[in-house]
Write a protein that binds this ligand. Structure first.
Ligand code: MSP
Length: 479
């Protein structure tokens, strides 16, 4: 693999105990936006997503559905895969943890950690939360002993397990964090991670007694590998161990719930296996509904496909990227979504594009030189977009683009472009507007890919002359 000119980005691999909701769609759309941002710059992009099938909760879900487990995971994997396809996600791979290529990679990494002396057998007793697929400490539970997130009582588990010597990596992790000041973003999440590691790391149970499901521990058929030790390795599965050695992931995207796994356990596993570490772990907040986290276990979920059918995949992307400030929680309501859609997309971008294209259609426009005020507006927009993208401030990026749209709208109104009699003045005004629209469309490519394509296709320069092909209404108003 060519390690230059390449960008490697991942989403979490999602559990298959239910279908995707807009919380999952949000992470996937964030990753897709970053992938497209690089792609339009000519970089070769590896963008992976997938499903985490080997969890205990998969077994429970299959049982609850009365389905044979293999049939169940096949069906669910299809649902996840096709949801991303329907939302126009540009992933280059889709990892299933039941695939042979993944199982082999997991066993390879296990072998490396074992060879490094970091895997040993011990007795474990703890409170296991299936929602988290992790052990919890008593002081993390509610007063009546429930997991505060999943509202269920964790199960007391006493087993002989293999352990991973996470405690070996406290110092090394702290040194790594020191040397990589933007390893976790936003910064306050990095502080939490650092504080957690500074507090001391305990070894972690890395296997479970074999039930019916999971990847067996090499040379011990009575144990299966802990689902997180298995799932994290999916990022290597995507490119192979050699591929990872040449170019590890640049960015792992996720929500705050699983930052610790990615910023503490995962780097420690990689250090142990003698492999390079990823570039950055970036964390969104949670999407909530009426202030509560949306989750499969709580049953308050919104279907991204339903929203995409009614508002378009771009409508959904726009809402999530514009409404939620990166790193913070964001509350979803259909009311807010409709408001944003009508105001910013139907009346904003859609209306501006229609006005400019209608006016330009009637004119023979030659390529020319922009007026200075348009030069400035375009320069400011590009600078703001570039700056905000490096810190993942998608909402600010879109706000900056919408400033340019409002500027264009005002210009049309103030100049009364449709009334300008002087041909030279009129074509100059239209050239300004068309160029503005064209640049806005180009800037929007990572955020609203379908819309960007439609606008770009409507504006074709042939031998210095513009040919306009007006598309259908971009964003029909929604009542
Ligand atoms: N299988 C693990 C991840 C393994 S990655 C090696 C897992 N799966 S999950 O299905 O529970 O997905 C968790 C992720 O889904 C979150 O980190 C986030 O990316 C996304 N989200 C799930 N619910 C969400 C919200 N309500 N809001 C925002 N993101 C949400 O954990």
């Amino acid at each position: 693999m060519d390690s230059h000119n390449e960008f490697f980005i991942t989403t979490p691999i999602y559990y298959v105990n239910d279908k995707p909701h807009i919380g999952h769609a949000y992470s996937t759309i964030v990753a897709d936006t970053l992938a497209r941002w690089r792609e339009v710059r000519g970089e070769r992009v590896v963008f992976t997503t997938g499903v985490d099938e080997n969890a205990q909760k998969t077994v429970d879900a299959a049982k609850k559905n009365g389905e044979e487990i293999h049939a169940y995971v096949d069906r669910m994997a299809d649902i996840w895969n096709s949801t991303w396809a329907k939302l126009g996600i540009s992933n280059t791979d889709f990892i299933r943890t039941t695939e042979e290529r993944h199982i082999e990679t997991v066993r390879d990494i296990w072998g490396r950690m074992e060879a490094a002396g970091d895997i040993y057998k011990g007795q474990y007793q703890g409170l296991y939360c299936k929602g988290h697929e992790a052990f919890m400490k008593e002081d993390e539970l509610t007063p009546d002993g429930l997991c505060p997130e999943h509202k269920t009582a964790p199960e007391l588990v006493t087993e002989e397990n293999y352990f991973f010597r996470l405690s070996n990596y406290q110092q090394k992790l702290l040194e790594f964090y020191e040397a990589h000041g933007d390893f976790v973003a936003p910064a306050h999440r990095f502080n939490e991670v650092r504080a957690f590691v500074e507090n001391g790391l305990e070894d972690i149970s890395f296997s479970r007694e074999k039930k019916e499901w999971g990847i067996p521990v090499p040379n011990d058929p009575n144990q299966v590998i802990y689902v997180w030790a298995d799932a994290l390795v999916n990022y290597i599965t995507a490119v192979g161990v050699e591929g990872w050695e040449e170019h590890p992931a640049d960015i792992h995207v996720m929500a705050k719930d699983i930052v610790r796994f990615h910023a503490v356990i995962w780097p420690a596993m990689l250090m142990s296996a003698g492999l390079p570490l990823p570039g950055q772990v970036i964390s969104t907040g949670f999407l909530t509904i009426d202030g509560t986290k949306m989750s499969k276990s709580l049953g308050n979920v919104v279907d991204p496909l339903d929203l995409a059918t009614r508002y378009g995949a771009d409508g959904l992307r726009y809402f999530l990227l514009r409404e939620v400030s990166f790193g913070d929680d964001g509350d979803f309501s259909e009311e807010k979504m409709k408001e944003r859609y009508n105001a910013d997309l139907a009346n904003g971008l859609g209306n501006f594009a229609a006005r400019v294209l209608t006016l330009a259609e009637k004119e023979k426009l030659h390529f020319g030189k922009l007026d200075a005020e348009f030069e400035t507006i375009l320069k400011d927009m590009k600078r703001a977009v570039q700056e905000k993208m490096t810190v993942f401030k998608f909402s600010d990026v879109l706000a900056a683009i919408w400033i340019a749209i409002s500027f264009g709208d005002r210009y049309v109104n103030e100049k009364k472009v449709w009334e300008i009699k002087d041909a030279a003045a009129r074509t100059q005004a239209l050239f300004n507007l068309v160029s503005l629209l064209d640049t806005i469309a180009a800037m929007l490519a990572p955020f609203l890919p379908e819309t960007s394509k439609k606008i770009t296709a409507a504006l074709e320069w042939k031998n210095d002359v513009l040919h306009v092909k007006k598309p259908d209404i971009l964003f029909p108003r929604i009542k």
